[in-house]
Write a new protein. Structure first.
Length: 114
């Protein structure tokens, strides 16, 4: 998945926004507009593009055993968040499915009532 494809997919989800919450680095966060909860963190590390996504812990175990380039999250809660190397072995369809899951898991009660 390319970076433009990633950002286009995230923008297609309802009531989302992106921002750069940190002064240093090229971190980009995709979040819910109303609750401001993150569902995706994008960044570069060692010249490669990665995303962190929230995930159900049970599903995380299955996914981590299925894909070499889907690992416990870098710099986040490793039980509830995963890191995916965008140029790795995780197919685009699976990345989109995981983004959607992360979006749904972080939706929150404020957004669900709207």
């Amino acid at each position: 998945m390319t970076e433009p494809e990633l950002f286009s997919f995230c923008a297609s989800l309802s009531d989302t926004q992106t921002d750069r919450p940190f002064r240093e680095g090229d971190y980009l966060v995709c979040r819910h507009k109303k609750s401001r909860k993150w569902f995706l963190l994008f960044y570069h590390r060692e010249g490669k593009a990665y995303i962190n996504l929230k995930q159900d812990p049970e599903l995380s175990r299955v996914l981590r055993n299925s894909f070499r380039d889907l690992t416990p999250a870098w710099h986040m809660n490793r039980v509830h968040w995963n890191t995916i190397l965008l140029s790795g072995d995780v197919p685009d369809e699976e990345i989109c499915a995981q983004i959607t899951d992360s979006y749904d898991l972080t939706l929150g009660t404020v957004d669900k009532k709207a």
